[in-house]
Design a protein. Structure first.
Length: 281
């Protein structure tokens, strides 16, 4: 509404079947994107050939900055390497330039856009509407999906610490904690395959104001979380309704959920006064 910019992340192909998450912004004129500007692109030698863990979500902090996530691209150790962009949450200015107060701008060889590191595959990113705190949800391996409070310069542990295991059932590490690495606010074992998150700020569901809504893929659930400091309570609102890819709060105060398998968008509105639960249209 303010400037017309649309921000897009995508899998950018490189040499030898490699790729890395990249980002652009553009404006929409009719059915065409115009004024396309590259706002993030990693150096070509840092691209990876795996076809997994691209991320990615955007958050605008209202102060001229954009946060976005990139998964580890299937190379676990890269998440701990500040010279590589994958396995990180990034922070840039809206035009793609680097904020001078980013945590690693003065560290030699570090990717200057990095805000936090040690992430596996952040599929959801959201900012609290009143505190401004940044949260992510990310896929664990077999178990160990996480909800994190994402803070400047902090290390979220992957793959050194995790509550998950290898897909073949063998241990990935014997550590779930280590000094200098952050603990998740909550985690899920077995994995529910977390996707998008969003805080509810509308008026149609006044009792849900400030709740964090979470979609899941494998569990096919929509969950409502209440986050109070480090305490998290949650309830399952819908289950076995399809793979939930995205959940957003509409300007009309309703909650919109995008599914793949089946491909559809659902709109949640208050149920009639004679009922006690939400309904989906």
């Amino acid at each position: 509404a303010r400037n017309g910019w649309i921000y897009l992340s995508y899998s950018d192909p490189g040499e030898g079947d490699s790729a890395m998450t990249a980002a652009i912004r553009a404006k929409l004129q009719g059915t065409a994107l115009t004024d396309v500007q590259q706002i993030f692109k990693a150096p070509a030698p840092l691209y990876r050939t795996a076809n997994v863990h691209f991320g990615s979500r955007f958050v605008f902090d209202g102060k001229g900055h954009v946060f976005f996530s990139i998964g580890d691209r299937g190379t676990m150790t890269d998440a701990q390497d500040l010279t590589r962009p994958n396995g990180k949450v990034h922070r840039i200015n809206e035009d793609g330039s680097i904020p001078k107060d980013n945590p690693f701008v003065d560290k030699a060889d570090a990717i200057k856009s990095i805000w936090s590191y040690g992430h596996r595959n952040p599929q959801g990113l959201a900012q609290h509407p009143t505190t401004g705190a940044l949260y992510d949800v990310e896929h664990g391996p077999r178990g160990g999906d996480e909800l994190n409070l994402v803070e400047k310069g902090k290390n979220y542990g992957w793959p050194v610490i995790t509550y998950g295991m290898n897909y073949n059932g063998t241990p990935m590490t014997d550590k779930t904690a280590q000094p200098g690495m952050e603990q998740p606010l909550t985690y899920w074992v077995p994995s529910i395959a977390v996707s998008s998150i969003g805080f509810y700020t509308g008026t149609k569901f006044p009792q849900w104001k400030g709740s964090l809504f979470l979609g899941s893929l494998a569990a096919q659930e929509l969950r409502r979380l209440e986050v109070n400091g480090t305490q998290v309570t949650q309830e399952v609102l819908f289950k076995n309704v399809g793979r939930l890819r995205d959940v957003v709060m509409g300007p009309d105060g309703a909650i919109y959920v995008a599914f793949n398998q089946p491909d559809r968008i659902a709109r949640l509105v208050p149920a009639p006064a004679t009922a006690t639960s939400a309904s989906a249209q």
